[in-house]
Structure formats: structure tokens, C-alpha cells
Design a protein around this ligand. Sequence first.
Ligand SMILES: Cc1cc2nc3c(=O)[nH]c(=O)nc-3n(C[C@H](O)[C@H](O)[C@H](O)COP(=O)(O)O)c2cc1C
Ligand SMILES: C=C(O[C@@H]1CC(C(=O)O)=C[C@@H](OP(=O)(O)O)[C@H]1O)C(=O)O
Length: 391
Amino acid sequence: MLRFSTAGESHGESLVALVSGMPAGVPVEQDFIDRELWRRQKGYGRGGRMRIEKDTAHILSGVRHGKTIGSPIAMTLANNDWKNWTEILPVEEGDPTKHKAVASPRPGHADLAGSLKYDFKDARYVLERASARESAARVASGAIAKLLLRALCVGVASHVIRVGKAELSRPATWDEIVALQAKEEVMLNCVDADSEAAMKAEVDAVLRTGDTIGGVFEVVVHGLPPGVGTHANWDERMDGLLAQAVMSLQAVKAVEIGRGVTAAESLGSTVHDAIGYEGSDEAFTKFSREQNNAGGIEGGISNGEDVVVRGYLKPISTLRRPLGSVSFETREPVKAAYERSDVCVVPAAGVAAEATVALTVARLVIEKFGGDSLRELQRNFNGYCEQIRAY
Ligand SMILES: Cc1cc2nc3c(=O)[nH]c(=O)nc-3n(C[C@H](O)[C@H](O)[C@H](O)COP(=O)(O)O)c2cc1C
Ligand SMILES: C=C(O[C@@H]1CC(C(=O)O)=C[C@@H](OP(=O)(O)O)[C@H]1O)C(=O)O
């Protein structure tokens, strides 16, 4: 089974990523992993920390001569900011006068719930691990999953569809989404110049007032044949697994598959995707759909259309003009803690969600098609594609 886990604190020495269950023979490109990491650092509205970090994955195991060898892949990602925190977060017992306590919990962050749970008298060690710094390790892991999927001609990409009140224009086709991602400018997840301007205006407005905003990103998986995932058991359904993969990202508070949200208020005759038999020669089967409101999944099983998953982000909880809170020490009312913060992270969250979606889809692909090497997996995958074409 493909599994991944991460370790590391936001201002600790390094993040760690561990990916196991990856077949041997998958080409691993350092440049590709690092470009994914770079994409996650971008997007209008990020704070000062992103000017300190320049993420790169240091591969320690599981890859030789540019290919996976079937053993667990371990990677580290250094935190450049670590050196600035050695007195505040000492490795050994440090000078308590230099430890900067997070003395009043931030509403919306993990500070209060985590401090109560772990019996800390300040929130420093809670935020260290709750921080979305962790998502960099997911992106490094997800890059390897993307490389496996790429070898099967399955692509994963994202774009931003809402920032605050600004609804952004969306690319209509897979090729347009890919073209958007290839752009190397700062706002690499937005659609066109108009959308970029609308998004920046939203971010600038909250920057001025010391507030923050959330938004919605959409992840699309292209080229997945029908039949991945299953209705047979609740915990093997692709929609359920994708929901967890996206919801587990920091600040994501709702997940939608296809037109899931508006479907609830619509008629069945307008929601369900009528079936035809006019598929092109390049399609997996001749069965075709006029629309894709299901977001590529029916009964927990991929149906051959693009898989479309949206993540809804709440606004960032650290506010330059903080909300009311309570001092851990005195229990008196005070303002919530503020050091520095992002104000909008929707593009970055989209990139992180691409990674967790890629890991989920790669896991289900490996489960369905099996194989200890990429060659074996590709043979099984191609054999199945021939089978459903001849169905
Ligand atoms: C890429 C990214 C960057 C984030 N940056 C910040 C930040 O600078 N400040 C902040 O308060 N929260 C930030 N968050 C959100 C917090 O990590 C998150 O709200 C917190 O861990 C509590 O978890 P929850 O919102 O999922 O309940 C960020 C989230 C993401 C995805
Ligand atoms: C470090 C990253 O995001 C961080 C996520 C985060 C949080 O509370 O989630 C808080 C901020 O960190 P700091 O307190 O050091 O400014 C963000 O910069 C990153 O995305 O790599």
C-alpha cells in the first residue's frame, strides 16, 4: 500500500517526508520536486516567512540513479528560519528569558485546543506542528506520486476559483489548466489578467485593514480510467478518500466533489450526467457524457471523466488586528497573539491539495493494478485499458 507520513516543526531544523509502497523504476526528477515546492511558496498574499525559505527536497533513500528502487523514500526539507529560532526553540533546555511565549491563543488556530490537550502553558509547541509549514513535506511526497501517475499519462493540476468575494474565471479544459500552471509569474494559479487583478484587489483590501481571507481551489485529475476506487467498502471509496486528503490540509473546512454543493438544491434531471456512446478514439471507452457534474466519480469509483475536487478555505486565523482572547497566565482579556502571518493562501493550498490528491489517486491505482515495478504496473494498467475498450 502506498503510504506517506511527515514529521517536523515549522521552525525546527527540518521537515521530514517518508513515502513507502512506491513501485521500483519510477523516474524521480529533483527539478520537478523542487518546482512543485516553489509553486507552493507562491501566490499573492503570503507573508514574510516565504521570503526566508527556498524549499528543496534532499532525498536520503529509496532513489538511485534517478529512479525509485522499491524501498521507502525518505526526504528532508531544511527550514532556513530555524537559525533565527534557536534561542526561542532551543534543542536543549534553554534560557527561559529568551523563550518567546505565545501567551494568548489565536481564535481559529490550534493554540487553545492544543495547549489544553498537551498541557502546555503557552501555545508555541502547538503552533509549531499545527502550522501549514508541514504541507511542504506533503508536496515533496506528492511530487513522487505525480511522477508515478505521469508515467501512466494521468495528470493532476489545480487552479483558484474564489478568493474572498472575488469569483475568478475558470479554465474550461484540461489543456487550459495545464497552460496556466506552466506560467511562471507570481499569480501562477489564477486564470487571466482580469482574475488576477480581482484577486489582488481582495488581498490588498484585507492587507490594509489587518484582516485575512479564504477562498476556494479546484484540483483536477485528468486521464484516470473508469474503475479506480470501489463502492464495495466505505473506506475504499475514492470520494471519501479524496475528501479526507483535501480536508486534512490546514484551514480547509469543506470539500466538494464535482457540483456536490449546488446539486443539493437542484433537480436530478439537471444534475446527473446523461450517458451517450460517442466517445472519441482517444477515450478509454465509447461511453460518453455531455457534462461532468459528478466530478468524475460515481459510487466511489472513477467514471473516466476528469476527477474534480474543490477545497474551501476559511480565512487565515492570525490577524494583524487581533480578535479578543485571554492571557494564559493572568486569565485577563487581551488581544490574540500576532507575530507575522500570511493573509491569503488559496493558491498554495491548491498546490498542497494537488499533492494529497495525487498520493490518494496513486494509492488507489497501485491497489487496483498492482506491481512491484513501474513496468509491471504499466502492463497491468494497459491490459485493463484494453479490456474496457473492448467491453
Ligand atoms: C499554505 C498555508 C499557509 C498558512 N499560513 C498561515 C499563517 O501564516 N497564519 C495562520 O494563522 N494560519 C495559516 N494557515 C492556516 C493554519 O495552519 C490553520 O488554520 C491552523 O493550523 C488550524 O487548523 P485548521 O484551520 O485546519 O483548524 C495556513 C494554511 C495553509 C494551507
Ligand atoms: C511556513 C509556511 O507557512 C506558515 C504557516 C503558518 C501557519 O500557522 O500555518 C504560519 C506562518 O509561519 P510563520 O509563523 O513562520 O510566519 C506561515 O508562513 C509554509 O507554508 O512553508
